[in-house]
Ligand binder design. Structure first.
Ligand code: AMP
Ligand code: MG
Length: 409
């Protein structure tokens, strides 16, 4: 296993990780469990919907040509048609039907006049006065406007939001084919770590494992905590030998060049092929990526903020790809920098900022502490500001790229 001498640019590192991910096998799940996941197959419509031309309004179904006479036009009301009921009579010249929203249009009628544009006739309960002329098709929802039997309803890869699930439910489809959720093992490494419910003594509470598990779940994966491995190659190796059946293994810490950094060695000893190590990024430089069979190993850096930032930039996109989603890149919005920033060229910085809308633009103000260990500024941040690798300064008002943070509560 060779240590890559070059630091990979962020985009290339992400592209390489995505190149290792393909959508997982399909499972059929109820709609509520499919929310946010992608369709694994093209879904054709089983039903034409709506099944008939129907009214978009409560009002009167008329023949448009009857309204050519001087207004108001008096028509005889034949029947009342409700949603879910079939009309029984044809609308012949000089007549109309009272109709409710969603009710099928009776034969003979070709337009609907909304109730508010009509008037009752005091002495003639079976008549109505129409106060406006409308053209054919007025307030009619045509048959098949939502779905045509046999035609493509939703394409494979479509993210299933609430309206998409509504379309499927309307088809009588209660379960949906989606790639199954990625199973993700999460391991913390470090002699200094203890669980949140243990007295820390001189140690440090393991934040990464529970934080990453939550991030995995939010990204649509199923996390399993593997606990804390101590800083020996054997301990890390032992913990990582229990990862059969997982699609992704996330470790944190121990990937740098410290005397106690054994994750890369342990991966190598387990036959994991290292794909790359180290990305031109701050925070998060020591990221290591490997693969064994169908399992992807992502060794995240130990600092809690670094592990969360690398999760957003690399892990979430990978999980989304495994879930069959096509739009996997972190979302970005355009903003302006409030203040100035400088750094040495070479690493892309992802600066924790709070961004607020002013005069139609999103203004991003860097938070005070930007060290990789500082969680407080990660907690306060609304976005990460992308300070490109090659740049050394950004002036006040610079146009910048901002990544909304999904860990914002
Ligand atoms: P390392 O990469 O092992 O040198 O870790 C870098 C820093 O992150 C050290 O200060 C560690 O104590 C800290 N760290 C590592 N793992 C965790 C964790 N699971 N939770 C909180 N801090 C951690
Ligand atoms: Mg360590």
């Amino acid at each position: 296993m060779s240590d890559a001498p070059e630091l990979l640019p962020v985009e290339e590192a992400r592209a390489r990780i995505l190149g290792l991910c393909t959508p997982l096998p399909t499972e059929w799940v109820p709609g509520d469990d499919a929310l946010g996941r992608a369709l694994a197959e093209d879904v054709p419509a089983r039903r034409t919907l709506p099944p008939w031309d129907n009214s978009a309004m409560d009002g009167f179904a008329v023949r448009a040509q009857d309204l050519a006479a001087p207004l108001p036009v008096r028509l005889t009301v034949g029947e009342t048609v409700f949603a879910g009921k079939r009309p029984t009579r044809e609308v012949v010249p000089g007549t109309c039907a009272r109709i409710m929203t969603g009710a099928p249009l009776p034969p003979g009628a070709d337009a609907v006049v909304m109730r508010e544009r009509t008037r009752a006739v005091p002495d003639a309960p079976d008549a109505v006065e129409i106060l406006e002329a409308v053209g054919p098709g007025n307030f009619i929802r045509p048959r098949g406007e939502d779905a045509k039997e046999g035609a493509l309803l939703l394409r494979r890869g479509t993210p299933l939001g609430i309206p998409e699930l509504g379309l499927l439910w309307a088809q009588g489809q209660g379960t949906v084919p989606v790639p199954r959720r990625p199973r993700v093992a999460v391991l913390s490494t470090g002699d200094e770590l203890c669980r949140v419910d243990e007295p820390p003594g001189d140690g440090i509470v393991d934040i990464n494992a529970p934080a990453l598990a939550l991030a995995v779940r939010r990204a649509g994966g199923v996390p399993t905590l593997l606990g804390i491995a101590r800083d020996t190659r054997e301990a890390v190796q032992e913990a990582l030998s229990r990862v059969d059946g997982f699609d992704v293994v996330l470790t944190s810490a121990g990937v740098s060049v410290g005397d106690h950094d054994f994750v890369k060695d342990a991966l190598e000893a387990l036959g994991v092929e290292q794909r790359f190590w180290r990305v031109a990024i701050k925070p998060g430089k020591p990221l290591v990526v490997g693969q064994r069979g169908a399992t992807l190993f992502l060794g995240l850096p130990g600092n809690p903020t670094s592990s969360l930032v690398t999760f957003e930039l690399f892990v979430r996109p990978a999980l989304r790809r495994l879930l069959g989603l096509e739009d996997v890149e972190p979302p970005r919005v355009a903003g302006r920098l409030e203040g100035r920033l400088s750094k040495a060229p070479g690493l892309a910085h992802f600066v924790r900022v709070t961004a607020t809308w002013r005069a139609g633009e999103l203004w991003a103000k860097p938070l005070g502490t930007q060290t990789s260990g500082a969680l407080r500024s990660a907690a306060a941040a609304t976005h990460l500001l992308h300070f490109p690798r090659a740049d050394s300064s950004l002036t006040d008002g610079s146009h910048v790229e901002l990544l909304p943070l999904s860990w914002v509560a």
